[in-house]
Ligand binder design. Structure first.
Ligand SMILES: [Zn+2]
Length: 366
């Protein structure tokens, strides 16, 4: 069947539409990821002055390579499946676009070739590809992870194995997942003397997506590692604290309520985005993008988020206080009136960030 996305039309296999991972025949195309791809096109347009070549490392139908070529990039795709290679080539041709599609093991291919932008969009964890990707990417690496249960600590052992960090299933689980992923990516980049800086990240419909700006140099990589550390969290009263360090010094007892606490890490504690970059991406998303409006809304929230490493859930706090929650705008206004910073987050309608601790939040809204 034919699918129109942005300003391109591609042929995709119908057999695996809506099918679960690994089942069925044919080449996978995931319509749920249109928002993800629309934002990617925005990023590619926003960095077009400094980037020219793009690698779609998990090509499948070729949709990402085709859209990158349509955005003016010298696009390359790579897939081991001969059916996917044929389909991706045909999809470039159908749109009258140039591009190369290679039938190769993508890790081997990335070790041999350099591209300004490398895009990893696998099923599940991207970890098996990130070493080669950091060698291949010159300026930006884009990464999707769909294994949110391991990342956020719901599948604890799997998260520890894949990411070399201890994830904890807190009420800010989506952000926990993002920060565990960023930690693993920053540490992997550092092994190659590359400093990876997240410039845009979002967690949407069960996937995590991040864009990293890359800078070569051992000293830059050393500085980036300073953004790693540990988060202590109390499941009972929702108190939390964090420390940027690679030597864990966990708080074992909650200073507010005495409950034993959880520690997660090393996680990325630094900024998950650069607001100026996020705004430039929002502006660069073309009108033809199917999810343009949704993407711009999302990016506007992301750009306005405070840089704290965790967020709160307003409903969880009011549940803990045994009170009905108040309207979000009113709630954030009360925090600001009390002298704290406060913002909504893209993690959900009841989530917010603030520099106030739980006791200060309580005082501000009572
Ligand atoms: Zn507590």
């Amino acid at each position: 069947m034919e699918v129109r996305e942005g300003d391109v039309t591609i042929e995709v296999s119908e057999t695996r539409h809506g099918a679960s991972e690994g089942s069925g025949e044919g080449v996978f195309y995931n319509p749920v990821q249109e928002l993800n791809r629309d934002i990617t096109v925005g990023v590619l347009r926003a960095v077009a002055d400094e980037c020219d070549s793009y690698l779609d490392a998990m090509t499948a139908s070729g949709i990402r390579a085709v859209r990158a070529a349509s955005a003016g990039y010298s696009a390359t795709g790579c897939d081991v499946d001969p059916e996917a290679v044929d389909l991706a080539r045909a999809n470039l041709e159908r749109n009258d676009l140039a591009g190369e599609i290679h039938r190769r093991n993508v890790n081997a291919y990335m070790h041999e070739t350099r591209h300004d932008v490398v895009d990893l969009d696998p099923f599940g964890t991207p970890i098996p590809f990130v070493d080669a990707a950091f060698r291949s990417a010159r300026k930006y690496l884009c990464v999707t992870a769909t294994d949110t249960a391991p990342l956020c600590g719901a599948h604890f052992e799997s998260g520890v194995r894949s990411y070399g960090a201890v994830p904890r299933n807190t009420e800010f689980h989506a952000e926990m997942g993002l920060r565990v992923l960023l930690s693993a990516l920053v540490r992997t980049a550092a092994r190659y003397d590359v400093a990876a800086t997240p410039v845009l990240s979002h967690v949407s419909s069960h996937y995590v997506r991040t864009y990293l700006r890359l800078e070569r140099g051992a000293r830059a990589a050393d500085r980036r590692l300073e953004g790693l550390g540990y988060i202590d969290h109390c499941q009972r009263c929702l108190w939390r604290d964090h420390e940027a360090t690679l030597i864990a010094d966990p708080t074992t007892e909650c200073p507010e309520c005495g409950q034993s606490t959880w520690t997660a890490g090393p996680v990325w504690l630094g900024a998950a985005h650069d607001p100026t970059f996020v705004e430039s991406v929002a502006t660069a998303i073309p009108e033809t993008a199917g999810a343009a409006e949704k993407a711009r809304d999302l990016l506007s929230t992301v750009a306005g988020e405070l840089e704290t490493p965790t967020h709160y859930d307003q409903h969880r706090l009011y549940g803990r206080w045994g009170e009905p929650n108040v309207a979000m705008d009113e709630f954030l206004e009360a925090l600001r009136d009390a002298g704290h910073e406060a913002s909504r987050t893209h993690y959900g309608g009841t989530t917010f960030k603030t520099d106030a601790d739980v006791a200060e939040i309580y005082d501000a809204v009572h």
